[in-house]
Design a binder for this molecule. Structure first.
Ligand SMILES: [Zn+2]
Length: 130
């Protein structure tokens, strides 16, 4: 079995289309400029509308956990679930850190986004050491 993939809807379609081009998008508030992830109907800080902004996709590991019991079929036996703090505004994104020994991941490790094609419609944003 393969692991479950995100469902694309009207709100998130631009995000997934950009991901297929290797571009990371983030919701940015039209009013206060706050960046949040994942996308919500309105800015969680001031309830204003938001637009998709391009992120350089670089940051540091904010927090992480090494998962040694896979979440389900299709997941690796061992993987790193992490919160990455992005350099463009300090927003946090839940992701996996890959291409590194899980025991070498540390808080503060510089990382950058790396998209991996999972299906025809979905490329997932993983992070690798920068
Ligand atoms: Zn706002």
């Amino acid at each position: 079995m393969t692991k479950p993939l995100p469902t694309v809807d009207a709100m998130t379609a631009p995000y997934w289309e950009a991901a297929q081009r290797g571009e990371l998008l983030v919701p940015e508030c039209d009013s206060c400029g706050h960046k949040h992830f994942p996308a919500e109907a309105v800015c969680p800080k001031c309830l204003s509308n938001w637009h998709w902004a391009t992120s350089p996709g670089v940051g540091t590991v904010y927090s992480f956990s090494v998962v040694r019991r896979p979440a389900g079929p299709g997941f690796p036996d061992v993987y790193v679930l992490a919160l990455v703090e992005l350099s463009d505004g300090g927003w946090l994104m839940t992701t996996n850190i890959v291409d590194i020994d899980p025991d070498d991941v540390r808080v503060g490790l510089p990382v950058k986004v790396d998209f991996r094609k999972e299906s025809e419609a979905i490329s997932l944003p993983y992070f690798i050491p920068a």
